[in-house]
Each structure stands twice: as structure tokens, then as C-alpha cells.
Design a protein around this ligand. Structure first.
Ligand SMILES: *[C@@H]1O[C@H](CO)[C@@H](O)[C@H](O)[C@H]1NC(C)=O
Ligand SMILES: *[C@@H]1O[C@H](CO)[C@@H](O)[C@H](O)[C@H]1NC(C)=O
Ligand SMILES: *[C@@H]1O[C@H](CO)[C@@H](O)[C@H](O)[C@H]1NC(C)=O
Length: 259
């Protein structure tokens, strides 16, 4: 009897990922690599939105590569149906933007979505349950930055999400929007000894110059003759969000270089 039980335990352990286990802290995550996922359109047609739904999750490992620092920002969320949750999901969103195809949460250690995440024991939660571990979205605009010790930006790690997605949910878990993570140009790591905070991250984006563009990429050249002054339509300017700033700066710099 005892022998059989022991065998069963060994068997379950050998299966590994199938049995529930605490998530290990991740290490060796490359500090100079940035991942960002930006919502392009709501994935839920019936969403009642006060404006254009916007949101992004930025991710970069801190110096030393222990865990990942996330910065999540959401704007123009529905006025009803919250608090909203968001998670890393285990599949990418296909071209058609179908958020259901992102499948379930990133959960390599089998914590399961049925058990509510206890934020005081984050290692017992699904790796992908970012809002469970770090707080749901109770008001908008929402901005939150935190250090998650269990997600990974190291390719090959069980908790790697760099080629996956996140999904934003209503409280009733209907999928409101989703987006894929994309690797961005490498940056310099956070200043040594400095704590990554909300001042540091946007500063990086806004000061990025064309010379910091990924090596190997062709030099930006304006495809059109820059005739006259580049004018910005008022409506476009009004729609500019803080997420557009890096693109704006980059675009302006590219034009300047072309001239
Ligand atoms: C979830 O909540 C939203 C907003 O209240 C609603 O539009 C949607 O139909 C709900 N989904 C389900 C499955 O009840
Ligand atoms: C969305 O993806 C799910 C899961 O892959 C699939 O069952 C469903 O049919 C898709 N919906 C549409 C509209 O393509
Ligand atoms: C963020 O970083 C800036 C510049 O390094 C510093 O002045 C500020 O106090 C930091 N804020 C927090 C909340 O750590």
C-alpha cells in the first residue's frame, strides 16, 4: 500500500506541470529587452465605451534580471461591468483579433483559474494572473507599475510571455480587449542601483532617437517629398495619447533627418 502511494507521488511529480505547484521566481531575464502589448481595437463589439478604448502593458526586466517590471495603462474603459481584470494568456491573438483564441491564462505550474488568486501568496497564483496578484482595475484612467517575480522575458522559460498576449476582461470574465506582446528595440537597462519607476520608463521612450533604432533596420527615409509644413489635424492631435508619444517623437525625428 505504502509502496503504491509512493509510486503514485513519484509519478505525479514526474508529470510535473500537470500537478499544481508554486511558481518559481524567474532569473536571468534580459534587462535590456522591452516587450509591449498595445490594444488596437476592442475585441468585444457590444462594449459601451466613453471614448476610444486604449491600453498597453509594458514589460522589462530590472537590472539583475530577477522577475519583470510591468507597467499597465488603460483608458476609456466601459463605465459599467468592472472591476476589470487582465491576464497574460497562453496563446497569441490571431490576425482577426479574436480574443477567445488567446485561450486560457498563462499557467505553466497548474495553479488553475478556479481558485481565486491570493495576492499575499503570489507564487500560488497563475503566473499570468497579473490583476489577481497586483490589483484589478477599479477606475480609469488606470496606471500601475509593479515588479512581478514569476513572469519571464527569457525565451525558453516556462513563464516566458514575449510571444503571447494579454486579455482585458469584464468582472464577469467576458473578454473586452486583447493584444499581443511585441519585442521592441533594446534599450539601456534601468540605471544601476535605481529603482525602476514611472519616471524612468516614459523617459526612455520619449528620448529615443533614430540612432537608437534596432541595428540592422534600414534607415528611416520619408516616402513622400516633405512639401510644406507637416501639419497635424486638430482631431488627430486630440486623439494623441501618451502611448502615441514615442511614435510621434520618432516620426518627427525621422522627418527632421530626411530634411
Ligand atoms: C458581461 O458584462 C458586460 C458589461 O456589463 C455585458 O455587456 C456582457 O454581456 C456580460 N457578459 C455575460 C456573459 O454576461
Ligand atoms: C474565436 O476563437 C475561438 C477559439 O479558437 C473559436 O472557437 C471561435 O469560433 C472564434 N470566433 C470567430 C468569430 O472566429
Ligand atoms: C523615480 O525616479 C526619479 C528619478 O530617478 C526619482 O526622482 C523619484 O523619486 C522616483 N520615484 C519613486 C516613486 O521612486
Amino acid at each position: 500500500m505504502h509502496g503504491k502511494t509512493a509510486l503514485a507521488i513519484v509519478g505525479a511529480a514526474a508529470i510535473g506541470r500537470v500537478s499544481a505547484g508554486d511558481a518559481p521566481e524567474t532569473s536571468g531575464n534580459p534587462p535590456n529587452v522591452i516587450y509591449r502589448a498595445t490594444i488596437e481595437k476592442p475585441g468585444f463589439a457590444d462594449a459601451d465605451l466613453p471614448g476610444e478604448l486604449m491600453g498597453s502593458i509594458f514589460a522589462q526586466a530590472p537590472p539583475g534580471g530577477r522577475g519583470v517590471v510591468f507597467r499597465a495603462e488603460f483608458e476609456n474603459l466601459p463605465l459599467e461591468g468592472g472591476p476589470f481584470t487582465y491576464h497574460l494568456h497562453k496563446a497569441a491573438v490571431p490576425e482577426d483579433g479574436n480574443c477567445t483564441a488567446a485561450l486560457s491564462h498563462l499557467d505553466p505550474y497548474g495553479a488553475g483559474a478556479e481558485v481565486k488568486c491570493d495576492a499575499s501568496k503570489p507564487e500560488t497564483c497563475e503566473v499570468g494572473d497579473l490583476s489577481g496578484k497586483h490589483g484589478a482595475i477599479k477606475s480609469a484612467p488606470f496606471s500601475s507599475e509593479y515588479h512581478d517575480l514569476y513572469a519571464s522575458t527569457k525565451e525558453g522559460d516556462e513563464a516566458y510571455f514575449g510571444d503571447l498576449s494579454f486579455v482585458l476582461h469584464y468582472a464577469n470574465s467576458t473578454r473586452l480587449a486583447c493584444a499581443n506582446f511585441k519585442r521592441e528595440a533594446s534599450s539601456t537597462p534601468y540605471p544601476t542601483g535605481g529603482h525602476p519607476n514611472s519616471t524612468v520608463i516614459p523617459t526612455y521612450s520619449q528620448t529615443r532617437s533614430p540612432t537608437a533604432a534596432p541595428t540592422g533596420e534600414p534607415t528611416e527615409e520619408p516616402t513622400e517629398e516633405p512639401t510644406g509644413e507637416p501639419t497635424t489635424p486638430g482631431s488627430a492631435a486630440a486623439q494623441m495619447s501618451k502611448w502615441s508619444v514615442p511614435a510621434m517623437v520618432f516620426g518627427a525625428a525621422a522627418v527632421a533627418f530626411g530634411l
